[in-house]
Design a protein around this ligand. Structure first.
Ligand code: ZN
Ligand code: ZN
Length: 403
C-alpha cells in the first residue's frame, strides 16, 4: 500500500506520533498495512502505545469530496486491519458532519432536525386546528330545532329510556360515550348502532360539542368532498327534546321512566320479538366465537331465528343453539366434516332441531341467561319496566297476550 503524503491530514497529530516527521508517519502507516509486526514498528519508531491502539493514533486522510452541510473538506479515518470491511467514517473537518451516518448528530444536522421537528409540530397543530374547525362547522350546520316531547313515538321513548339509564351524566346534561360504560345498551353492536342512529336521525339526540375530538373522523368521499363523521361509541350526545311545561328535570324523569301504560300490546309484542331476535343472535355469536368459528350472521340466520321465535322462547333458543354448536364441533373434532362445513351447519341444525321439536312434540328446556352474556339495558327496560314480565321475557315465547 502506497500512501501519498499529500493525502494525509497532518493538522492534528496524535501526541504519540508528534516526535515523528510527516514522512515517518506515512512509513508507519504503510508498514502497518504491509502486515509488519506491530511491536517491531512501535520499537523502531519509539511509539509509546500498544499494538492494538496504534491504529487510533493515525492521522486522518483527505477525501476528494466536500461536506454537503458546510462545504468544507471531508476526512476519513484509517481502518484497522481487522475491520477493513466496515463502513468508513467520513467526517467534516469543520462541522464534524458524518457523511455515512444515518442519524448524524453534528451541530448543523442537529439544527436541521430541530427545524424539521418544529415544522412537523406546526403541521400537526395546523391539522388539529383544521379538524376542530371542520367538526365545529359540521356540528353548527347540524343545529336543529328541539323536538317536542309529545311527538316522541313509543320506539323513541323505549330507546331514550334505555340510553339515558345507560349513560346519562350525573348532572343530567349529557349522554356519556357508550364505549366508556360497563353495561351494554343493546344485545348486539348492530342494534346499538340502530338505536343511536335512529335517535340522531329523528333529532331526539344530537352529537355534542363536548365530545372528544377523537370521536370524529374527517372522510373524503369518491367525489373528493369532505365530510365529518362521528364514532357512535365515542361521541357524547345531548338531549334535544323539550317539554310543554319547560321543566327539564321532570322531562328527564319521564324519559328515563316512561309510564308503562302508554305502551300498547302490539308495540310490546313487536319489541319483544325484536329484542329476542337480537339476544338469540348475541348468544349464537357468543357460542360460535367460543369454539373459534368465524361467523357473520346473514339474512338466512335471521329468518331461521325469527321462525324459531314463533314457537320458542329465547331460553329455549339458547338450548337449540348450544346443542347445534356442540354437535357441529363434535363432528368437526371427529374429522367427519371440515371446520367451514361445521360452522355453516350450525344454522341448518338450529332449524332442524326446531322443526323436530314441534313435529315430535318435545318439551324443550329453556336455558337461563349466562353470566358472561349479561342482559342489556334495553332488554331490562322492556321486560322489567315497560312490560313488567321480568324473566318471563326470556323464558316464554313472545306473545301479545302478556298482561
Ligand atoms: Zn461540514
Ligand atoms: Zn451532520
Amino acid at each position: 500500500m502506497r500512501i501519498s503524503i499529500e493525502s494525509i491530514n497532518f493538522n492534528n497529530i496524535n501526541k504519540n506520533l508528534k516526535h515523528l516527521s510527516n514522512e515517518q508517519i506515512v512509513e508507519v502507516i504503510e508498514k502497518y498495512y504491509r502486515n509488519e509486526k506491530i511491536q517491531d514498528i512501535l520499537d523502531e519508531y519509539k511509539i509509546s502505545t500498544t499494538p492494538s491502539t496504534l491504529i487510533k493514533t493515525f492521522p486522518t486522510k483527505f477525501v476528494d469530496e466536500k461536506c454537503e452541510k458546510c462545504g468544507c473538506q471531508l476526512v476519513v479515518k484509517f481502518k484497522s486491519k481487522s475491520s477493513m470491511y466496515e463502513k468508513e467514517k467520513v467526517n467534516c473537518l469543520q462541522c464534524g458532519h458524518d457523511k455515512n451516518k444515518r442519524f448524524c448528530n453534528c451541530r448543523l444536522c442537529k439544527a436541521e432536525h430541530k427545524v424539521m421537528f418544529l415544522e412537523k409540530e406546526e403541521q400537526l397543530k395546523k391539522a388539529l386546528q383544521e379538524k376542530i374547525e371542520k367538526v365545529q362547522n359540521a356540528l353548527e350546520s347540524n343545529e336543529v330545532l328541539k323536538i317536542l316531547e309529545d311527538n316522541l313515538t313509543l320506539e323513541d321513548r323505549l330507546y331514550m329510556s334505555a340510553l339515558l339509564r345507560c349513560s346519562l351524566s350525573e348532572d343530567m346534561s349529557i349522554i356519556n360515550p357508550l364505549g366508556k360504560i360497563d353495561r351494554i345498551l343493546a344485545p348486539t353492536e348492530k342494534f346499538v348502532q340502530e338505536i343511536i342512529k335512529t335517535l340522531v336521525a329523528r333529532k331526539i339526540i344530537k352529537v355534542s360539542r363536548e365530545s372528544s375530538l377523537d370521536a370524529f373522523d374527517i372522510r373524503v368521499d369518491e367525489t373528493g368532498a369532505e365530510g365529518v363523521t362521528y364514532r357512535i361509541y365515542d361521541a357524547k350526545y345531548e338531549i334535544n327534546v323539550i317539554s310543554e311545561d319547560g321543566d327539564y328535570g321532570a322531562l328527564i324523569k319521564r324519559l328515563m321512566y316512561p309510564n308503562p301504560e302508554i305502551f300498547d300490546e302490539e308495540f310490546c309484542y313487536e319489541m319483544w320479538k325484536k329484542v329476542a331476535l337480537k339476544e338469540s343472535e348475541e348468544y349464537l355469536l357468543y357460542e360460535m366465537r367460543k369454539v373459534g368459528y368465524n361467523f357473520t350472521p346473514g339474512e338466512k340466520t335471521y329468518r331461521v331465528l325469527e321462525n324459531l321465535l314463533d314457537q320458542f322462547s329465547i331460553g329455549q333458543i339458547y338450548n337449540i343453539i348450544y346443542r347445534a354448536v356442540a354437535n357441529s364441533t363434535r363432528r368437526y373434532q371427529a374429522k367427519e366434516i371440515t371446520k367451514i362445513h361445521a360452522q355453516n351447519s350450525v344454522i341448518a341444525s338450529c332449524e332442524l332441531q326446531g322443526e323436530r321439536a314441534v313435529a315430535e312434540n318435545w318439551t324443550l328446556k329453556a336455558y337461563s341467561r349466562r353470566i358472561d352474556v349479561p342482559q342489556s339495558i334495553i332488554s331490562e327496560v322492556l321486560f322489567n319496566s315497560i312490560m313488567q314480565i321480568s324473566t318471563l321475557g326470556f323464558s316464554e315465547v313472545p306473545t301479545k297476550d302478556f298482561r
